[in-house]
Ligand binder design. Structure first.
Ligand SMILES: Nc1ncnc2c1ncn2[C@@H]1O[C@H](COP(=O)(O)OP(=O)(O)OP(=O)(O)O)[C@@H](O)[C@H]1O
Ligand SMILES: [Mg+2]
Length: 100
């Protein structure tokens, strides 16, 4: 299991959200964010998206997010993949892949 963190332009968030809603992901969390990249031209408003997923879903999710989020100009954002130790579904106590 992994956590996929995507930081995208605020103006691109609606497009990213639309593709992810139609995809097979179990869910996602959206966090308003501010950040800078290499250009350090002040903090820009961004949106951070967090998705818990199975490893086999990663390539498809990365591709979907990139296609929806990219303008090919500087500042399009980042996607990070983090290994996850475990996940629990609070309601049932299920854990691991069953909790996604
Ligand atoms: N090293 C980093 N650590 C954490 N967040 C980052 C990092 N680099 C970029 N970000 C986040 O991603 C956002 C967009 O970054 P940006 O796309 O400008 O990265 P970049 O590496 O400068 O690439 P580009 O060449 O496309 O500008 C930043 O506003 C920030 O929120
Ligand atoms: Mg940049």
């Amino acid at each position: 299991m992994v956590k996929i963190e995507a930081i995208v332009r605020k103006e691109k968030f609606a497009d990213v959200c639309a593709v992810l809603e139609r995809s097979g992901i179990g869910g996602m969390t959206v966090i308003p964010a501010h950040g800078f990249g290499h250009h350090r031209n002040g903090l820009k408003e961004k949106v951070k998206i967090e998705i818990y997923a199975d490893e086999f879903q990663v390539d498809a999710i990365v591709e979907m997010v990139r296609n929806a989020a990219k303008t090919e100009s500087s500042g399009d954002g980042k996607i990070a993949i983090l290994n996850l130790e475990n996940i629990y579904r609070i309601r049932t106590g299920e854990e691991g892949a069953a909790a996604i």
